[in-house]
Unconditional design. Structure first.
Length: 113
């Protein structure tokens, strides 16, 4: 009987260790696009769930567009995939516009990094 408890404890500790490793790896920011040319550097500006200028990036960015704004910087528009059952979709619920649409505008200054 005591051996059974020891085996259960070892299995439990192993499972806990494995889940902790998965949680830590989930915090790492993935690189979605990698350069095959050493002269080119690709830098992610933001990831889903990040907080930028007081705005949380909601959902997975689905489409993006950018244009030069009046301040000499770049305005980046991002459309996000948010399932209708998500609490985040409820935040954008509206009587006057399409429900569940989430477009975030980020202004990028040429002097900011």
């Amino acid at each position: 009987m005591k051996l059974r408890y020891k085996v259960a404890a070892v299995v439990g500790i192993a499972a806990l260790g494995t889940s902790a490793n998965m949680a830590v790896s989930g915090l790492a920011k993935p690189e979605y696009i990698l350069s095959t040319n050493s002269a080119v550097t690709i830098k992610s500006l933001i990831h889903a769930g990040d907080l930028k200028t007081g705005t949380v990036v909601r959902g997975i960015p689905d489409g993006m567009g950018a244009y030069k704004n009046e301040n000499g910087g770049i305005s980046l528009l991002s459309v996000h995939e948010i399932p209708s059952y998500s609490p985040l979709a409820q935040l954008s619920k509206s009587e006057t516009s399409q429900w569940g649409v989430s477009i975030t505008k980020f202004n990028i200054s040429p002097v900011s990094k």
